[in-house]
Design a protein around this ligand. Structure first.
Ligand code: FES
Ligand SMILES: [Fe+2]
Length: 387
């Protein structure tokens, strides 16, 4: 059987180091307008986001029948709910009478039905319209069987929930994502438990944030006071898988793996693996838990960032919960917010200044060139500027 792609990338990185092979020298540039021009934003919304299933959470967020949560960041009001049949569905969070929101649960809540606050139309957990008050007096002809909530295409990939915001759209996963299944299985993604997520809005273009997680050059520099010392400098490799990218970054323990047989490699100990999942998610495999960072562009210079934490099993006691709280906070506050997202906001300001005619990507930032290639295949080069 073909080993998971992450193992293949790790093996190739080991070979590079063993043979002192220099990294494949690819360098590139980008126009700052790619990050500031609202026409690019419009084109991206149309061509990258509108019909694409996007990561909106993990099945363990909704463990019980009736558990539900809203998700508004993609521009569509989405209601995620686990039904009596245990199936998770996504609906537009919109009453079929006159459009009022049915739930405002930005954290998981539980209900047996959804009752619209305005005139009390009642919907079952599977979205069907259960009851219309005074139906016979108010609506002679209405067939309530035709007025269930509008369902959105939903796919589950090893526990990750992906939803497309277009009711008539496809639930098919983006190119190459299904092939990552074995990689996700290798670290038990489906069995993980949702622990915590934060939602923050940043004054930065979403692509800058994706790029921060495709950049091997900054790790020991920007993060020198936090996680930087855990990694080797610029010992990293990536591989494109369809429209997704797998990256492996060597941790300090990487050198131990040079003398070990393949069955003794521990990718979470010797390295850190991350997956760019088209178009807007980065999944990061930490030594003991998994993070996903999903980005929802609001404009060319504003992005909602959802950072979720998935842990191997539910905390058994307060001590375990405190441990995970600490582990999550170190990454969310100490690393992502204070370092990665901070520099993205700073770069966005710099981009608007006009100081740079182009941005420069060096050898250890070459995964960003892959990312741009993936986007260009959907958007066409510089289309927004010429429009
Ligand atoms: S708008 Fe929902 S019941 Fe009237
Ligand atoms: Fe970083």
């Amino acid at each position: 059987m073909q080993p998971p792609a992450q193992t293949r990338v790790f093996a190739s990185l080991l070979d590079d180091v063993r043979e002192s092979r220099p990294p494949q020298a690819r360098q590139g540039t980008a126009d700052p307008a790619f990050y500031t021009d609202e026409r690019w934003f419009q084109a991206e919304q149309r061509k990258l986001f509108a019909d694409t299933p996007l990561v909106v959470g993990h099945v363990s967020m909704l463990p019980n029948s009736g558990d539900h949560i809203v998700h508004d960041h993609s521009g569509k009001p989405i209601l995620l709910v686990r039904g009596k049949d245990q199936k998770i569905r996504a609906f537009l969070n919109v009453c079929r009478h006159r459009g009022v929101r049915l739930s405002n649960a930005d954290k998981v809540e539980n209900r047996t039905t959804f009752v619209c606050p305005y005139h009390n139309w009642i919907y079952d957990l599977d979205g069907s319209l259960h009851k219309i008050p005074l139906k016979d007096e108010c609506f002679d002809e209405l067939d309530k069987d035709c007025l269930g909530l509008t369902e959105l295409p939903l796919t589950i990939l090893e526990g990750l929930i992906l939803v497309s915001g277009t009711p008539t759209g496809s639930a098919a996963l983006p190119n190459g994502m299904a092939e990552l299944k074995e990689d996700f299985r290798a670290f038990g993604l489906a069995e993980h438990t949702f622990f915590r997520q934060s939602v923050t809005t940043k004054d930065a273009n979403w692509k800058l944030i994706i790029e921060a997680f495709l950049d091997g050059y900054h790790v020991v520099r920007l993060h020198r006071k936090t996680v930087g010392p855990l990694f080797l400098d610029c010992v990293a490799k990536s591989e494109r898988k369809g429209d997704n990218i797998i990256s492996v970054v060597a941790r300090q323990e990487f050198s131990d793996a040079l003398s070990l047989p393949e069955q003794d490699w521990d990718l979470r100990h010797h390295a850190s693996c991350a997956f760019f999942l088209y178009p807007n998610t980065t999944l990061i495999v930490h030594p003991d838990y998994i993070s996903y960072l999903t980005l929802f562009p609001q404009s060319a210079s504003k992005t909602v960032c959802v950072h979720g934490c998935l842990i191997p099993e539910p905390p058994q006691d307060e001590k375990a919960a405190a441990h995970w709280e600490r582990a999550y906070s170190i990454i969310e506050n100490g690393v992502f917010q204070a370092e990665d997202l901070f520099v993205c906001e700073q770069a966005q300001i710099g981009m608007r200044s006009g100081a740079n005619e182009k941005l420069l990507f060096g050898t250890y930032e070459s995964s960003i060139i892959d990312f741009h290639q993936i986007l260009a295949e959907q958007l066409g080069p510089y289309q927004a500027q010429s429009g």
